[in-house]
Design a protein around this ligand. Structure first.
Ligand code: 3PG
Ligand code: MG
Length: 407
């Protein structure tokens, strides 16, 4: 892969024996108040271990949830999970920049690791403001004097202009961590890399606007968009099929999105129809089992579809096998339920078996790889980012990345 990393400094540029402040993204699913292990820990552990092994004093910043939500909890449990992946102790202090935090930071020996409390427990963190404003906050001003360098590894949070992401690069020499570097290179490649053969993108998930933005931004780059998920059903509806049924009107997965986007979707189908492949069959639940129907045979909008059909999945897999590069954004069905995993898994398996350049991301889609026994090594890049991945695909700058580039 070509490396556009000359745009920012990396750990290769870090001097020895530094006191480093490292921003990770450990934002995780929370069950009964406890963080659940996931690949974010595993990925960031590599950056943390590299820094500790090199003898730096390593202090970690991360966020969890948002104030007012159930997933807004302390990072105490995150420290233990991270330690298990790093293979070294990870200390924790229930303070982000007060005296307790500063005392713990000053007590660190070379090679020791300390995680500070949830950055979003500080009032200075969340309001989206310019880096210059963030740099002046008490949060940044209190912590920065205790460090020689700042490392941002939180690519998946880099679309946020929060203090811990954009403030510190204003006041400390700043570097990209290994996760930041890898994610940036792979996700930027989609828009910048040249491919000789067919470029395919499987797009699904729940948000029509994400799909529309991605298709508009990558329309020149991608030869064939294979649609699925809720977004795929909205395109099918625009093509005249009575699909997109809200089983629970309270949830409103389709109708509001339809009202807001159908004109644009109809226009895209009319103008670029040959670039867009829609499902020819869909799957639903009948008496507890997976059932399928041809799209042409659907006469009434009264079934909630949960996956693309088997014929569609196999057709999509054939397209993948003929491709030079394949990108995945969002799932083609409710893959968490094995009965409705066929579309997502068939496409991912075809990518894994094919010698194409591949990047998988967007929400939780990459979870299907581990859940269904595929090997991450069979993909060029599996992103741990959701919102940041979409923004990268749609060509929007990420505040946290821009802050590193300005160094
Ligand atoms: C994520 O989990 O997607 C990132 O950490 C960003 O979190 P946020 O959407 O709560 O800002
Ligand atoms: Mg491959």
């Amino acid at each position: 892969m070509s490396t556009p990393t000359a745009t920012f400094k990396t750990l290769d540029d870090l001097e020895s024996d530094q006191r480093v402040l490292v921003r990770l993204d450990l934002n995780s699913p929370i069950e009964d108040g406890e963080p659940q292990d996931n690949r974010r820990f595993e990925r960031h552990a590599e950056t943390v271990r590299e820094l500790a092994d090199a003898g730096h004093r390593v202090v970690l910043l991360a966020h969890q949830g948002r104030p007012g939500r159930d997933d807004f909890v302390s990072l105490a449990g995150h420290a233990d999970i991270l330690a298990s992946h790093v293979g070294r102790d990870v200390g924790f202090v229930a303070d982000t920049y007060g005296d307790d935090a500063i005392d713990a930071i000053e007590a660190l020996e070379p090679g020791e690791i300390l995680l500070l409390e949830n950055t979003r427990m500080c009032d200075d963190e969340l309001p989206e403001e310019d880096p210059e404003v963030k740099a002046e906050t008490e949060f940044v001003q209190s912590l920065a004097p205790h460090f020689d360098a700042y490392v941002n590894d939180a690519y998946s949070a880099a679309h946020r202009s929060h203090a811990s992401l954009v403030g510190f690069p204003q006041v400390l020499p700043a570097y990209a961590g290994r996760v930041m570097q890898t994610e940036y290179e792979a996700n930027t490649a989609i828009a910048e890399k040249e491919f000789d053969g067919q470029v395919t993108m499987a797009v699904g998930g729940t948000k029509a606007t994400d799909v529309i933005d991605v298709m508009n931004n990558l329309g020149e780059k991608v030869d064939d968009f294979l649609l699925g998920g809720i977004a795929g059903e909205l395109f099918l509806r625009a093509a005249g099929h009575p699909v997109g049924f809200d089983l629970d009107p309270e949830q409103d997965l389709y109708d509001t999105q339809w009202e807001q986007n159908h004109e644009l979707v109809e226009e895209m189908l009319a103008e670029r129809g040959e670039q867009i492949t829609l499902a020819t069959d869909l799957a639903y639940e009948a008496e507890g089992e997976r059932a399928e129907v041809d799209v042409d045979e659907i006469e009434e909008k009264d079934v909630s579809f949960l996956d693309v059909g088997t014929d569609t999945a196999e057709g999509y897999a054939d397209v993948v096998r003929d491709s030079e590069a394949v990108f995945v954004k969002g799932a083609l069905g409710v893959f968490e339920d094995e009965r409705f995993s066929v579309g997502t898994v068939t496409v991912l398996e075809a990518i894994a078996e094919t010698d194409c350049f591949s990047v998988v991301g967007g929400g939780d889609t990459s979870r299907a790889i581990g859940m269904y026994g595929m090997d991450e090594a069979d993909f060029d890049h599996v992103s741990i980012a959701g919102g940041a991945y979409i923004r990268a695909l749609t060509g929007q700058p990420l505040a946290g990345v821009e802050a590193l580039k300005e160094q």
